[in-house]
Design a protein around this ligand. Structure first.
Ligand code: ADE
Ligand code: ZN
Ligand code: ZN
Length: 264
């Protein structure tokens, strides 16, 4: 996602933190975050150049002929190092943050960075094309037009659809779009929320489920009927917007559930 997508995910999550979790999150956030995760949820994108090792942790790609995801097959970086992908990063930062409970003075990990990476990556793993096909780099090499603008398919999903819905329906106000998603969470989707939150067994987070859903949505919706040079406009926008709405809401609900399991 772009800046707005990550802001929305963390804004939805922030409201759903338990009291204990909110205290721990505030303790880890720098003061300038003003006790709110959402202002820092794009931090991980800004540090790709300072921490080059982190840039491969934002996504996971699967073979071109596949619409399923498999952790041991797919979660590795370009040099083949296992676990270096978005779902592996979610497991890693979750286990780092679990040390917050025991050690008031842990110098092994920077838990502020762990919190910001985790909050960002739970968002990214829900962006369908962050679990995309290897050759086209999750749609980054597929040139398209988004209405009149030249872009790539990946960016339509990171930001194009979100910007269009904000401009056309919410007066370019990201908070109004977030409110609309929150209304769906307490309304239309309310009977699905406990299923979104749950993780089988005693797991704290379930990135493999989130990644499987993403590649499935990528094949069924993002890549569907798109080829190099496609002009994407109203038909694509109106049929894909419900998927973007759903994935942003699921990411926010699941980030809160994960943080609540880590800290309380
Ligand atoms: N770079 C390579 N594959 C990518 C993907 N699926 N998403 C974002 N960046 C990528
Ligand atoms: Zn992206
Ligand atoms: Zn990212």
């Amino acid at each position: 996602w772009g800046v707005d997508g990550h802001y929305i995910v963390c804004q939805i999550a922030q409201e759903k933190l338990s009291e204990t979790t909110a205290v721990a999150v505030n303790d880890l956030l720098p003061d300038y975050a003003k006790n709110n995760l959402s202002s820092l949820c794009s931090w991980a994108d800004h540090v790709k150049f300072i921490f080059p090792w982190s840039s491969e942790l934002h996504y996971v790609n699967v073979p071109d002929d596949s619409c399923t995801y498999n952790y041991s097959r797919d979660c590795k970086d370009e040099s083949g190092v296992q676990g270096r992908c978005v779902s592996g990063a979610i497991f890693n930062y979750t286990s780092q943050l679990l040390t917050y409970r025991n050690s008031s003075f842990d110098i092994k990990y920077n838990l502020t960075q762990a919190l910001l990476f985790l909050s960002h990556f739970v968002g990214d793993v829900h962006q369908p094309l962050h679990v995309g096909h290897t050759t086209d780099k999750g749609g980054n090499t597929i040139d398209v037009h988004w209405y009149t603008k030249k872009t790539v398919l990946h960016h339509v999903w990171d930001g194009g659809i979100i910007e269009t819905v904000e401009e056309d329906f919410y007066d370019s106000n990201v908070d109004d779009y977030t409110d609309a998603l929150n209304k769906n969470i307490t309304g239309e989707w309310s009977d699905q929320i406990s299923k979104w939150q749950s993780c089988s067994g005693n797991q704290i987070t379930c990135p493999d489920i989130y990644a499987s859903e993403s590649i499935s949505a990528a094949c069924d919706w993002a890549y569907k009927n798109v080829t190099e040079g496609s002009v994407l406009e109203d038909e694509y926008f109106y049929s894909r917007l419900p998927i973007v709405d759903l994935r942003l809401a699921q990411a926010g609900v699941r980030l809160a559930a994960t943080l609540n399991r880590i800290f309380s």
